[in-house]
Design a protein around this ligand. Sequence first.
Ligand SMILES: NC(=O)c1ccc[n+]([C@@H]2O[C@H](COP(=O)([O-])OP(=O)(O)OC[C@H]3O[C@@H](n4cnc5c(N)ncnc54)[C@H](O)[C@@H]3O)[C@@H](O)[C@H]2O)c1
Length: 255
Amino acid sequence: MSGILEGKRVLITGVLMESSIAFHAAKLAQEQGAEIILTAFPRPTLTERIAKKLPKPTKVIELDVTNDEHLGRLAELVGEELGGLDGVVHSIGFAPQDALGGNFLNTPFESVATAMHVSAFSLKSLTMACLPLMQNGGSVVGLTFDAQYAWPQYDWMGPAKAALEATNRYLARDLGKQNVRSNLISAGPIGSMAAKSIPGFGELAAVWDDRAPLEWDLKDPEPAGKGIVALLSDWFPKTTGEIIHVDGGLHAIGA
Ligand SMILES: NC(=O)c1ccc[n+]([C@@H]2O[C@H](COP(=O)([O-])OP(=O)(O)OC[C@H]3O[C@@H](n4cnc5c(N)ncnc54)[C@H](O)[C@@H]3O)[C@@H](O)[C@H]2O)c1
C-alpha cells in the first residue's frame, strides 16, 4: 500500500526530543512514504540521537533559524541530499523566561523581540531559504497555539503566535503564484520541552480537561503530527493561509 506522501521530499525542523511534535510528524511522514531531512537546534548531536528512533535513517543539518549564515547555506545542503523539496515543516517556538509565566506587563522589549524573531519571523525566513528548492510548488506547515485568545501564563508567546498566524496568511498571498501553500496546525497543549519551559503550563493544560469536547491527552503529539502530514499531502490542494485546529475541538466551545 502506498502512503499519502509517496515521492515527496520534506524538510522538518524542530525534532529535539521524542515528545517533540516534529518527531511524530517525521515518523508519520516516513511511514507515509516521504523522504525527509531534519534540521537541528541547538546541537545536531541531540537531534541525531532522537532521529535514530525514526523508521529510516535521515540526515541532520544544523539550523538556528535566526542565523543568516545557516539560512543562506540551507538550500545548497538540502539540494545536495534530496535534489529539491515538496514540503517544509516549521515546528519552532521560543520565548525567554521573562516573557512567560505571568510577567506580561513587565517583559522588556528585547525578550519580546527574541520571541517574535524565533517564533514568527522565522516562518518567512525558513520558507524563503527553502523556496529555491520548491520548483514544482510545495506545502509549508507551521504550528500555532490559538492566538485568538489570551491564555493563562502564555504571555508574549501569544502575540508571537498572532504574528505567526498573520505571517502564514501573507506567505499564502505572496507564494500562491508559485503553487506554494502555507498553513498552520493549531495544536492543543502537549507536554514537550517547549511546553515545560512555560512556568504554570499545567494551569493552561487543565483548561482542556474541563472543556475540550474530545478527550485530550497531553502526552500524545501524534494527532498534531497527523494533521501536519495531511497538510503536506496532496489532499489539501487548494487550501492555503489556513489554520486547522487539532485541539480536541476546544476552539469551538465558549464555556
Ligand atoms: N507543546 C504545546 O503545547 C504546543 C501547542 C501548540 C503549538 N505548539 C508549537 O509547536 C511547535 C513545536 O513545539 P513542541 O511542543 O514540539 O516543543 P519542542 O521543544 O520539542 O520543539 C520546539 C523546537 O523549537 C526549536 N528551536 C528553538 N529555537 C530555535 C532556533 N533559534 N532555531 C531553530 N529551531 C529552534 C527547538 O530546537 C525545538 O526543536 C512550536 O512552534 C510550538 O510553539 C506547541
